[in-house]
Design a protein around this ligand. Structure first.
Ligand SMILES: *Cc1c(COP(=O)(O)O)cnc(C)c1O
Length: 372
C-alpha cells in the first residue's frame, strides 16, 4: 500500500493549492500523493476568507505607522490581551528577540525553562542580544518555581531581569499553564523585581483548552507574544503586546533587527481573520489530537501521552526502531511527523488536518509498528 493514487488511506485529496512541500523528502516527491503533514501547525494554510481579505486590504507605509490594516490588527491584539499596545512582527522568533531586547540590556539574565522554544529552537537571545539564559527544569511544561528561587538566590554577576514562561509549552507537548500557575510566576517575578514575559506562541490554544481568556492568563505579564501563523492559520506574522512605553521601545528593536515592514496590511489582513475567526475552532484541533491519541493507545512499542491541546507526543520503544526510524517509516507511508529526541515523536493538528487524515495516520502508525 502507500503509493496507490486515490486508493487506500492516503488517497485523501487536498485542494490544488496544497502542493507537496518543497522540503519533502526525496522519497515523497516520487510518490504521487499529497502527504499528511503533522510535523507542525506552522504548516497551516490561509483559507479563502483570508486570501480575500488580503486581496482587499487597505494598505499604507507601516514604516510611518500609516498602514490602517496593521494598525487595526495591533489595536485588536492589544484589546484581546488586555494590554495598551501591540507590534506586528514577521515571526515568533523575532517576537521573542524583540521582547528580550525591549526588557533587557546586554549582559542581563533571562530566567526560563530549559526546554523553552526561545532557548532551544532559537539562538538570537544569547547570540545576538547578549542576554544570559538562567535555566530551570521544565519537563512538565511549567518551570519549577523552587529551582527558579534557588537560581535567583545564587551569587552571580548576571543581573536577572526577566522571568519568561511559555504558554502553551511546545516541547512538553502543548501543555497549557492555568491561571493559578501563571499567578505563581507573577508573584515570583514581583517578589524579585523581574519583568514577566509570556511566550504565548499558542496562548489561544491555552485559552480554548482551559476555558480561561488569554487576557486573564496573561493579566500580570508585562509583555506577551503570540503567533498568527500556527493554529490560527495565517500565512505569516506574530504580535508583541504590552504597555505603550515598552511597545515604543519594541518598535525600535524591530527596526534594529530589520523587521520594519512597509505595506504589511496585506498580511495583517489575514491576521485579522485569524483573530476573529480562527480561535474558537482550535477546539476542533484539540478534539482531533484526542482522537489520534485514542486511536494509537495500546499499540505495542508505543507510549502515547494524553494530549493537552493540539499536539500528540509518543515514545517509540520497539526493538530496532528509534524515533528517527519511525519518522522515515511514516514518511514512506505518506505521513510526515517530527522526532523530538531519540525516542520521542510529535504530531500536531491544525485547520488543514481532517478526520480522514487522523484515520489514515492511525492506520499508518499501526502498520509501522507491526512491520518487521
Ligand atoms: C513556534 C514558536 C515560536 C517561534 O515562532 P516562529 O514564527 O516559528 O518564528 C516561539 N515560541 C514558541 C513557543 C513556539 O512554539
Amino acid at each position: 500500500m502507500g503509493g496507490g493514487g486515490g486508493g487506500g488511506p492516503f488517497g485523501v485529496r487536498r485542494p490544488a493549492s496544497s502542493a507537496i512541500p518543497v522540503a519533502a523528502p526525496r522519497l515523497l516527491r516520487e510518490v504521487p500523493i499529497v502527504p499528511i503533514d503533522l510535523r507542525s501547525d506552522t504548516s497551516s494554510t490561509p483559507d479563502d476568507e483570508m486570501r480575500e481579505a488580503m486581496r482587499r486590504a487597505a494598505v499604507g507605509n507601516d514604516g510611518f505607522g500609516e498602514d490602517p490594516t496593521v494598525n487595526r490588527l495591533q489595536e485588536t491584539a492589544a484589546a484581546r490581551l488586555g494590554k495598551e499596545a501591540a507590534l506586528f512582527v514577521p515571526s515568533g522568533t523575532m517576537a521573542n528577540l524583540v521582547s528580550m531586547l525591549t526588557l533587557c540590556e546586554r549582559g542581563d539574565g533571562v530566567v526560563a525553562g530549559r526546554n523553552c522554544h526561545m532557548l532551544t529552537f532559537e539562538r538570537g537571545i544569547p547570540a545576538l542580544a547578549g542576554i544570559v539564559p538562567l535555566v530551570a527544569n521544565d519537563e512538565t511544561g511549567a518551570p519549577d518555581p523552587d529551582e527558579i528561587r534557588a537560581l535567583l538566590g545564587r551569587r552571580s554577576f548576571v543581573r536577572p531581569r526577566v522571568l519568561a514562561v511559555e504558554n502553551t509549552h511546545n516541547f512538553a507537548g502543548g501543555v497549557p499553564l492555568d491561571f493559578a500557575q501563571m499567578a505563581t510566576y507573577a508573584a515570583l517575578a514581583r517578589e524579585r523585581d523581574l519583568k514577566l514575559y509570556v511566550d504565548g506562541a499558542r496562548v489561544f490554544n491555552a485559552e480554548v483548552a482551559l476555558g480561561t481568556p488569554a487576557a486573564e492568563l496573561c493579566r500580570d505579564a508585562d509583555v506577551v507574544s503570540f503567533c498568527l501563523s500556527k493554529g490560527l492559520s495565517a500565512p505569516i506574522g506574530s504580535l508583541v503586546v504590552g504597555g505603550a512605553k515598552d511597545m515604543s521601545r519594541a518598535r525600535e528593536m524591530r527596526s534594529l533587527l530589520g523587521g520594519q515592514m512597509r505595506q504589511a496590511g496585506v498580511i495583517a489582513a489575514a491576521g485579522m481573520v485569524a483573530l476573529e475567526k480562527m480561535i474558537e475552532r482550535l477546539a476542533d484541533d484539540h478534539r482531533r489530537a484526542q482522537r489520534l491519541a485514542e486511536g494509537l493507545r495500546g499499540l505495542a512499542g508505543l507510549g502515547v501521552e494524553p494530549p493537552h491541546t493540539n499536539m500528540v507526543r509518543m515514545h517509540v520503544a520497539r526493538a530496532g526502531l528509534d524515533a528517527q526510524g519511525f519518522v522515515k517509516a511514516m514518511a514512506a507511508r505518506g505521513v510526515l511527523v517530527l522526532h523530538y529526541s531519540a525516542t520521542v515523536v510529535r504530531m500536531c493538528t491544525y485547520r488543514d488536518i481532517t478526520d480522514a487524515d487522523i484515520d489514515a495516520t492511525i492506520a499508518a502508525v499501526r502498520e509501522t509498528m507491526a512491520a518487521g
